[in-house]
Write a protein that binds this ligand. Structure first.
Ligand code: SF4
Length: 158
């Protein structure tokens, strides 16, 4: 996921306005799979045990300057924010249609409708893979809210 997200960030570098302080994507209520939660717990035990979650209304990991306090270990969805995205929806008649979107701040440049599919982040496969990993590990369909990672100390095997 990281490799693919990096490739797309390089490809779209000229249109991406994403930077520290631009944090409107960092909404409250994001949830993560077990593998992501464990990754954050493993690397940020001190922050989770003794730190203070950010105010309600934005991601609990956002600091006062609009920066992510777990940037290197941020969930996958955060790694794809700002990129042109595409996804497939099934209509009532069974037909599938492709939809696309991009942050309004990142619209300038080649219209996203004309980008080759491979130049967009496709929503679905990464979620499916994470879900399969979790099922295989016995975690069911559980998702954990990022805010709920604070204040709960769980030992995670290295
Ligand atoms: S984990 Fe970091 S990048 Fe993701 S929403 Fe929270 S503050 Fe933003």
């Amino acid at each position: 996921m990281d490799r693919e997200a990096r490739r797309l960030h390089v490809l779209h570098a000229s249109r991406l306005q994403c930077r520290v302080g631009c944090s409107s994507c960092c909404v409250d209520g994001l949830t993560v799979f077990d593998a992501e939660a464990d990754h954050i717990r493993r690397h940020h035990a001190e922050l989770l045990a003794n730190g203070t979650p950010g105010a309600l209304g934005a991601c609990a990991f956002l600091d006062g300057e609009g920066a992510c306090r777990i940037y290197a270990e941020r969930p996958y969805v955060c790694r794809t924010q700002g990129l042109p995205i595409r996804w497939i929806e099934r209509e009532n008649d069974g037909d599938e249609i492709e939809l696309r979107d991009v942050c309004p701040l990142n619209e300038e440049g080649q219209p996203i409708e004309t980008l080759p599919p491979g130049d967009c982040w496709t929503i679905g496969p990464a979620e499916m893979r994470l879900g399969q990993l979790q099922l295989a590990g016995g975690g069911g369909a559980r998702r954990t809210a990022l805010r709920d990672l604070f204040g709960v100390v769980i030992f995670v095997k290295p």
